[in-house]
Design a protein around this ligand. Structure first.
Ligand SMILES: N[C@@H](CCC(=O)N[C@@H](CS)C(=O)NCC(=O)O)C(=O)O
Length: 210
């Protein structure tokens, strides 16, 4: 299995953390977004959206990070707890995966882009209007996440699931992208536990070298 990734990205972190958590063997292929490698014809042939991550498993090519998480979970018996087959439990997990893609990633992504990615790409300073919008969206979506975590160890209850692997990695940029996290004590408690998973510690290492 090959995982095409750009390691500091939370979406890359999602897939490598889960693969390591499930002890799935894989090789990585770097897609250096700072060099525009996502637009090369070889990579475009794998993902016409020109985005990472992409998984390639014995001729099967899959893009969209949350679909990759579901596929990885289906590869190992231990994945059944992370991606439950019970309809309501599965719907609860997938609800958070859709929420991540529709609300959380865009909110975190604005601040990550303005305060981190622009520097990496040499695209100048953060745009104050975009930062204000990002902070507003982070506070709005963070309040939903924080309230939902009350009384729960993990995002959907007492068990770790794909919901945590979808939503959690974005918090790895909280300091560097200066998310307005004040008051979100439940998110802090939950993310500390998530970041302490051995697979997440390994996935976080490239970010800590920066
Ligand atoms: N919905 C996609 C989004 C993938 C995505 O936007 N990846 C970004 C990095 S986090 C990317 O490859 N960007 C390259 C570009 O914008 O040119 C997923 O979850 O996999």
């Amino acid at each position: 299995m090959k995982l095409y990734i750009f390691p500091p990205s939370p979406r890359a972190m999602k897939v490598i953390a889960l693969a390591d958590h499930l002890q799935i063997e894989y090789e990585t292929r770097l897609v250096d977004l700072t060099k525009g490698e996502q637009t090369k014809p070889e990579f475009t042939a794998l993902n016409p959206n020109q985005r990472m991550p992409v998984l390639e498993d014995d001729g099967f090519v899959l893009w969209e990070s949350n679909a990759i998480l579901q596929y990885l979970a289906s590869k190992k018996p231990a994945g059944a707890a992370l991606w439950p087959s019970d309809p309501r439990r599965q719907a609860d997990v997938s609800r958070w995966q859709y929420w991540e893609a529709s609300h959380w990633a865009p909110a975190c992504g604005i601040l990550a882009f303005e305060r981190l990615v622009k520097k990496l790409l040499g695209q100048g300073d953060a745009d104050p209007a975009a930062v204000a919008k990002g902070e507003q969206e982070f506070r709005r979506t963070g309040a939903v996440l924080n309230a939902s975590l009350k009384g729960r160890k993990w995002l959907t209850g007492n068990d770790l699931t794909l919901a945590d692997f979808s939503v959690g990695p974005w918090m790895s940029l909280a300091q560097i992208a200066r998310y307005p996290v004040a008051g979100f004590t439940e998110i802090a408690r939950w993310y500390d536990a998530f970041a302490a998973l051995p697979a997440m510690k390994k996935a976080l290492a490239p970010l800590q070298q920066r």
